[in-house]
Design a binder for this molecule. Sequence first.
Ligand SMILES: [Zn+2]
Length: 84
Amino acid sequence: MSHCPFCKKKIAMSKAFCSRSCKENYFQLIAIQVPKPFLKRIFVFCDFEQREVEIENFADRHGWRLDLLKNKIDELAVEHGFTS
Ligand SMILES: [Zn+2]
C-alpha cells in the first residue's frame, strides 16, 4: 500500500494519487509561494480581519485557491513561529 501525498488516503502502489483532484491540489499547493515579508506583515501588523482580507487579495492576485493558500500559510506560520 502507498499513500496519496495530498489527502494521505491509502492507495494502490501503482497509483500516485487517489484522485484527479488530489493530484491537482497537490501540485497547486507546491506552486504556492508565500514570501516571508508578506507572512510577517500579515501576522505582525494585521489583526484577524485585515489578515483575512490580505490573504484573499493574495490568492486572487496569483489565481490560487483560497483554502489551499490558507493551509499553506498556517503551515508556514507554525514553521516561522508566528501565531494568530
Ligand atoms: Zn487523495
